[in-house]
Write a protein that binds this ligand. Structure first.
Ligand code: NZQ
Ligand code: ZN
Length: 388
């Protein structure tokens, strides 16, 4: 049975090759002080920075730059951003980049006027926002996280070795997002495929949970099929607009709250992957790919009928006279083959994890309870050892 829910997604999207032309229309709605957040410099090399700056200038805005947002943004950087936002009475935070920049912008938006330490309030105590929120807009350059249309903001505390996501409500979603698939053409292959797997895993996290007949699961299967198809084309030909645009659109729908509505969800691959990320600072999508096969093989017996459905509907596995266990295993093998062909990292050693880190990674893993098996610490340890 579909559970009860409310649904509202307030983010306005501009999608396509001319999407950035609509930026002035959005800028008009806000005051004159704009904080421009971006990463380590890719937007300066590929020309997106110049395009955004001229749009801001034409709109008569005062621009306060906050570059150098690192992949897996840190709490120290967050404090720095809060200061810039407060001191300049920023009216809008414009994030130009990938999930890290968009997440960071949202974290600054809720933290700049927080009376308490935002790490403790939002990330350790998981409290709601009760102070002024600065509006955020995004110009997306890296596809995967869905951050452009959701309330997620993941922050890393390097000394505490914790990487934690807070999923904020509609009031923190970006007000608008500019999605031009061409902006993703310059992504290095490593980032491109990491993003593709991030999308796939977001869908899996919401699919591998519950037994109900649920519209969301059918949508999820369609999204997975489109992504698998487009990914194979995009890896061969990075400038195939059709494939890149389908990947971009799939990423948004994979994590903009729609497919989780009315059903339970898992999220344990993300919880383990995030803890691996806290110890290694590895690329998010790769932390997921490196633990996924061990995780799904570990839980498969507990959610067998869903894994059979996944094998048949997503990977076109023929059932014939095979047992359910065989069909499910073939589905996971097909998924593994696709992942290896994309060139994903398939073990945590390659990300820099050593045996001595495992206990800390287990302790840093937040336990969720929607998956087919409620994991214990020893389950997580087993999965990590199988992923080494
Ligand atoms: O920093 P620059 O120089 O811009 O380079 C970036 C960065 O090194 C580069 N890049 C981005 N666009 C590019 C480009 N290089 C060339 N051409 C372009 N067009 O790509 C690198 C990675 O960028 P990043 O933003 O870190 O990647 P991603 O989008 O995967 O974001 C990862 C962060 O998002 C969080 C992750 O945990 C991680 O911190 N997540 C956020 C979620 C959410 N908001 O719901 C959910 C996800 O599960 C995830 O946890
Ligand atoms: Zn993710």
């Amino acid at each position: 049975m579909l559970g009860n829910f409310t649904y509202c997604n307030p983010t306005k999207l501009y999608f396509g090759e001319n999407a950035l032309d609509f930026l002035p229309r959005e800028l008009k709605k806000y005051g004159e002080n704009i904080m421009l957040c971006y990463g380590g410099g890719s937007i300066r090399k590929n020309g997106i920075y110049d395009q955004v700056i001229s749009s801001l200038q034409e709109s008569g805005k005062n621009v306060y730059e906050d570059g150098g947002v690192m992949p897996n943004p840190t709490v120290e950087k967050l404090y720095e951003g809060c200061k810039i936002a407060r001191e300049n009475h920023v009216d809008l935070i414009l994030a130009v980049g990938g999930g890290s920049v968009c997440d960071y912008a949202k974290a600054v938006s809720v933290s700049a006027y927080s009376a308490e330490d935002p790490w403790e309030k939002y990330y350790l105590r998981m409290e709601d926002v009760d102070n002024k929120i600065i509006p955020v807009g995004c110009v997306l350059t890296m596809v995967g996280t869905g951050s452009e249309m959701n309330g997620g903001a993941v922050i890393t505390h390097p000394t505490q070795k914790l990487k934690i996501g807070h999923v904020f409500g509609e009031n923190v979603f970006p007000k608008f997002a500019v999605l031009n698939p061409v902006f993703t053409y310059t992504l290095p292959k490593y980032q491109k495929v990491a993003g593709i797997y991030d999308i796939f895993n977001h869908i899996c996290e919401q699919y591998f949970s519950g037994e109900d007949d649920n519209t969301s699961d059918y949508i999820a299967e369609g999204l997975m099929q489109s992504l698998i198809h487009a990914s194979e084309i995009a890896v061969q030909n990075p400038t195939d607009y059709e494939a890149r645009s389908n990947i971009m659109w799939t990423a948004t729908w994979a994590l903009n709250t729609l497919i989780a509505k009315g059903k339970s969800t898992d999220w344990m691959v993300h919880m383990i992957g995030q803890s691996v990320g806290a110890y290694t600072n590895a690329t998010h999508g790769m932390t997921l790919s490196a633990v996924s096969m061990a995780y799904y093989r570990h839980i498969c017996p507990y959610g067998l009928s869903k894994f059979v459905r996944f094998a048949k509907n997503v990977w076109n596995v023929e059932t014939g006279n095979k047992t359910n266990e065989q069909v499910a295993a073939e589905g996971l093998s097909a998924m593994e083959k696709w992942m290896r062909e994309l060139g994903l990292v398939m073990n945590i050693s390659e990300l820099g994890v050593s045996e001595s880190m495992l206990e800390g990674i287990v302790n840093g893993t937040r336990m969720m309870n929607g998956g087919y098996k409620q994991l214990t610490k020893s389950d997580v340890m087993e999965i990590l050892k199988a992923s080494l």
